[in-house]
Unconditional design. Structure first.
Length: 375
């Protein structure tokens, strides 16, 4: 789906720009050259995360339950597989960040530089529990990785619960067309209920922002868009999309949140693109292939850009007296170097099959690196 890759590429570039505009002395020096751009990136750039959440929900529905019912034979194995695919590039990037932070700490007197990690902090990050256990993040944006994993596990549990209950009651072998219809729609109904609860209640409670319940409204919109796109009749699709729009509008009427508005617009645009078959590769122009490639390695870019930002801030800050243009060039160079580093991380780690041997090796590398720089 090249269009989704392109959307992820644009969203990731905005998120990287958000961090470039906020962290270190370079954005402070370059601010005067483009104050409106820096202000927008700093204040609103984080909203691009909502695009990732909607697309993640869309792809989760396509993978786990394309017809509404769970199509996974071994749910626990699937969750562990998801963990492996998420954490291999994540652990590699965290190791780089721990080492870079140790190098630049004497040269960059900024709060943005993470402190020397503790053993418990390293283990918590490796298990994606750092926010739930109250540890300071080793890198910016790593909260998203933990939330993505929670959301995937929660989505799998929701779509699998009706099948599990049916089997436990001994009803797996029959029931006729009515039972099959209920089995198909029960998971969709559960996703709708939890998505509405998230949009109306959980997402308004900042104390829940370390859990999947806070973000499931956005993720659920993506899942529901995918299922709506499976409708063969235009009237059915139109009704489903209208219902999604009403749910989103109702949530915004209760409490206006820019993040939910962004998610709703993304979901509706995705619904239209799916219906018009714009997601097909045949509708993708060759001139936009570089953007598609950026989207494919957007996860690696999201993970690795922060240590590059730390290193460049330290280098520019200690280069002697300079003007705003030097800081601006430094920010552009940071983005370019981040893309190059992401290409290496994608090729060497993310694009390779996940394995427990790889997970354990990278986990050990993170622990050893953290313990070395802490002593």
């Amino acid at each position: 789906m090249p269009l989704l890759d392109a959307a992820k590429g644009i969203a990731c570039a905005v998120i990287v720009g958000h961090h470039l505009s906020r962290y270190g002395p370079m954005p402070a020096g370059a601010y005067a050259l483009a104050p409106d751009l820096f202000a927008w990136l700093s204040d609103q750039g984080r909203l691009a995360v909502q695009v990732f959440l909607v697309i993640a929900g869309f792809l989760a529905a396509a993978s786990l339950a394309p017809d509404g019912t769970l199509r996974v034979d071994r749910p626990v194995a699937r969750i562990l597989q998801r963990y492996g695919r998420l954490v291999m590039p994540y652990l590699a990037a965290l190791t780089v960040c721990v080492l870079v932070a140790a190098v630049v700490r004497p040269w960059l007197d900024e709060e943005v530089v993470p402190a020397s990690p503790t053993f418990g902090q390293l283990v918590a990050h490796g298990l994606l529990l750092q926010d739930l256990l109250g540890y300071e993040s080793l890198s910016t944006g790593v909260w998203y990785v933990a939330i993505d994993f929670q959301l995937f596990a929660l989505a799998l549990a929701l779509v699998g619960l009706p099948t599990l209950l049916q089997r436990s009651s001994g009803g797996a072998g029959g029931g006729g067309a009515g039972a099959r219809l209920r089995a198909r729609w029960a998971p969709v109904a559960l996703v709708i209920v939890l998505a509405v609860a998230s949009l109306a209640l959980f997402n308004r409670n900042a104390g829940l922002d370390d859990t999947a319940f806070y973000f499931f409204g956005t993720y659920g919109l993506g899942m529901l868009v995918f299922w709506a796109g499976r409708a063969t009749r235009f009237s059915t699709w139109q009704g489903a999309v209208s219902l999604l729009a009403l749910v989103g509008a109702g949530a915004l009427a209760i409490d206006w949140r820019s993040r939910i508005a962004t998610a709703l617009v993304t979901a509706l645009l995705l619904a239209i693109a799916q219906r018009r078959q714009w997601l097909s590769p045949t509708h993708w122009p060759a001139a936009a292939v570089p953007l598609q490639r950026l989207g494919r390695m957007s996860y690696s870019l999201f993970l690795i850009h922060f240590p590059v930002l730390l290193a460049m801030n330290a280098a520019v800050a200690n280069a002697g007296p300079h003007g705003a243009w030097v800081d601006a060039v430094g920010l552009v160079a940071t983005f370019g170097l981040s893309v190059a580093a992401a290409a290496l991380l994608y090729r060497w780690v993310e694009a390779r099959p996940a394995s427990w041997r790889g997970v354990f090796t990278l986990f050990a590398a993170l622990l050893v690196s953290g313990l070395v720089v802490s002593h």
